[in-house]
Each structure stands twice: as structure tokens, then as C-alpha cells.
Write a new protein. Structure first.
Length: 390
């Protein structure tokens, strides 16, 4: 296969590999696949190698059981079997949170789990109740109990799942009492006098914890759970996913160290100096469903040093071309001017960069990789991105 011609701009393609299981030499596996890419003249210096977090965590055997999660919760919050625990702002997701909820309920099998959800959507855009119904409530001070709602109003418009009912059934299935209500004020959970609270949101977790700790010190986040021990991750339960046999797959631990290891291995095998990142969910919003894809704490769990302080930015080609055309420049003169301007470093607020809001380059690349690999998994856990890093 010939080398890509010079007229091809930035692109990304997936690399197929075999099944990854606990104990797999993932660095060797990725390196072997990329050596073939290099042999086919499709790998260059400054390419970005994106490895999905799921295979990194799986190779690390980074799994925890629901029983272990329950033990962690009891220990971190000092709970007894008949305690009352609050859960504030969990996302509504079977894959992401149902087993976590089971672990919470298993921690207090003779007690009560109080779940507070925001409305009308959770923090990643999953609809909890319709916008029309939400408009009848007080967005700031409102508190609506689940048993006061019509179950039909709580069905997700796409999955058709009633997540409030599902969470209630999960809790009661462990023997605990379930109390579920809606409110956008995290401090409303304190009206139920819980013994401890889990701030279960992802991106706003520290803000939520800070507000709750003004009145109740016994409050933790998901990041505080499963962050130490035999199987652990610095992100705790953030970024975890449902796995087989009542287990949760944690996010990969020390992902930057893995990225640097792959970078060195690829250099030794191919002579190519590439950058490497470990990616999770892409950071984008579905315009049709309103769902914000980023259920992981961030798009990139770890990366090599070449991304530090870099932003995806540049001049606004369309604006510059229009200005040059109005000035009477020829097509050749416009192209020459554009090429010259691309070499100029402008401030973020300069008119030449108008409409190109700077974003961390690793977040952009990780989002692109996630779109290429797909949430349903295209069998390509490694994505090669070319032409973005200069």
C-alpha cells in the first residue's frame, strides 16, 4: 500500500486487533499492529496513537465486585447495615450506574437509600422528566417525590426505560428502602437526615460535595471509592462500566505511564516518534437527543508529554479568504497569503482566529477517536490520527 499523498489532510482510521483479556501484553500487541501500519507506509512522526481506555483497564485486570463496592462505601462513610445513605445527582445509566447503585444499597441492606436526581435531565443530558412537566416545577427550590409522578412521565424518550423505577427496584432488591425525589438543589438531600452522602455526579462533583459539606461533613464522591487497594484507579468509580458477573470495570490506572511505554516501544520497533493517548468518551453533544456523551470524567485518561499546553486553533480560513477577495486579490495571491498567515502565532482573541475557539488538542483528538471507534465498538481499539499535531 503506498504512502498517503500530500494532498490528504487530517484523518483518522481504526486499527483492528485481537481480543484483549486480563494479563494481555497490550503494549506489545499495540506495537505489533502499528509495525504493520508502518510497513504499509501509513505511520509518520507526529501521528497520534489513541488507545481506548476499555482495553487498557481490561489488560490491567482492573475490576471490582459489587460486594467490594459495598464494603468501600460502608468503610468510607462509616455506615451500618441499617444506616441511611444519600445519593445526589447520579446519572441515569444502566451501564454506568446500575451496579454502583446496587453496591450502595448492599451497603445498607436494612437501611434506606435516598436518591436525589436533577430535572429535567441528568448532567449528561439523559431526560428524567419531560421539559413540559419540568416547567411546572420550581427549578431552584422545587422538590418532587417520585411517588407523586406518573410513571409514564419518567420514561426516557429513546431507551423507553424508567430509570427512577429501575433504581428503586435495584435498591429494594438488596433489602433497603428506596426514597427517590427530584430537586436541583443538592442541599435538599439533607432534609432527610442521612448518615452519609455520596455526591454521585461526574463533572460537578466537587461543587456538589462542597455545598453538602457546609452542613454535613460525611460526604464523599465516586472518585473516593475504589481509589486504593489491589484493584484501584486514581479516578475511583468515575468512568467505571458494567461488566460480567456483578463486577465493575474501573477506568485504567496510571494511563500516562502506559502511553509513554507504548510511545517508547513504537519508537524502538518503527523509528517513528508518535504521541499516545488513552481515550474514553468523546466530549460532544448529540443535537437530536440532547445527550452529552462525556460520562467519563474527561476524554483523556492519560497521554504522553507532547500534548502539554497545546490547543487546537488556527486562523479562520473563510474570513481571511473573504477579506482578500474583497481586496481584489487573485486566487493565487489568496492562497499565498493564507499559507503565510498559518505561520503567524496570533492571540486567542485576535480577529484572525474569530470563530475558532481554542480547545485542548488532546480532547479534540480523543473525541475524534471515540467517533471513529464508536460506542458500539467497531473492533478497532487503536485509532491512528494524522495531520493534527504539527
Amino acid at each position: 500500500m503506498p504512502k498517503l499523498p500530500d494532498y490528504i489532510g487530517p484523518l483518522a482510521f481504526g486499527v483492528k486487533m485481537g481480543v484483549v483479556v486480563p494479563g494481555t501484553d497490550l503494549t506489545g500487541m499495540v506495537t505489533s499492529a502499528l509495525k504493520q501500519v508502518n510497513d504499509d507506509e501509513l505511520l509518520d512522526d507526529r501521528d497520534v496513537i489513541c488507545v481506548t481506555e476499555s482495553v487498557v483497564a481490561r489488560a490491567q485486570n482492573n475490576f471490582v465486585s459489587v460486594d467490594y463496592v459495598a464494603e468501600e462505601i460502608r468503610a468510607k462513610l462509616g455506615l451500618k447495615k441499617d444506616s441511611m445513605v444519600g445519593v445526589v445527582f447520579p446519572i441515569t445509566s444502566r451501564n454506568r450506574f446500575s451496579l454502583i447503585m446496587e453496591g450502595i444499597a448492599r451497603a445498607v441492606p436494612e437501611g434506606e437509600v435516598i436518591v436525589q436526581l436533577p430535572f429535567p435531565c441528568d448532567e449528561v443530558g439523559n431526560q428524567i422528566i419531560s421539559e413540559e412537566l419540568a416547567e411546572t416545577f420550581d427549578y431552584v427550590a422545587g422538590l418532587v417525590r417520585y411517588d407523586e409522578l406518573d410513571a409514564a412521565d419518567c420514561r426516557h424518550p429513546i431507551t423507553k426505560v424508567n430509570y427512577l423505577q429501575m433504581y428503586q427496584e435495584v435498591i429494594e432488591g438488596q433489602g433497603a428502602k428506596a426514597t427517590i425525589f427530584l430537586s436541583n438543589d443538592p442541599k435538599r438531600i439533607l432534609e432527610f437526615s442521612p448518615d452519609g452522602v455520596i455526591a454521585a455526579d461526574i463533572h460537578t462533583r466537587e461543587k456538589t460535595r462542597r455545598k453538602i459539606k457546609e452542613d454535613l461533613d460525611n460526604c464523599i464522591t465516586l472518585q473516593d471509592l475504589c481509589s486504593e487497594g489491589e484493584n484501584w484507579c486514581e479516578w475511583g468509580l468515575l468512568g467505571s462500566n458494567m461488566s460480567a458477573n456483578k463486577r465493575l470495570k474501573l477506568a485504567p490506572r496510571e494511563a500516562s505511564a502506559f502511553a509513554r511505554e507504548v510511545q517508547q516501544s513504537v519508537l524502538e520497533a518503527t523509528g517513528r516518534k508518535v504521541e499516545v493517548l488513552v481515550y474514553g468518551d468523546g466530549a460532544y453533544k448529540d443535537p437530536s437527543s440532547g445527550i452529552y456523551e462525556l460520562a467519563d470524567p474527561m476524554p483523556v485518561f492519560g497521554a504522553t508529554d507532547g500534548f502539554s499546553g497545546r490547543y487546537r486553533e488556527g486562523i479562520k480560513y473563510k474570513y481571511v479568504a473573504d477579506v482578500c477577495h474583497e481586496e481584489g486579490k487573485s486566487v493565487e495571491e489568496i492562497e499565498a497569503h493564507l499559507a503565510e498567515q498559518c505561520r503567524v502565532a496570533y492571540e486567542h482573541n485576535h480577529i484572525m482566529t474569530e470563530g475558532t475557539t481554542p480547545r485542548r488538542v488532546e480532547d479534540v483528538i480523543a473525541s475524534l477517536a471515540d467517533l471513529v471507534s464508536g460506542s458500539a465498538d467497531a473492533g478497532t481499539p487503536v485509532i491512528v490520527v494524522k495531520g493534527i499535531l504539527k
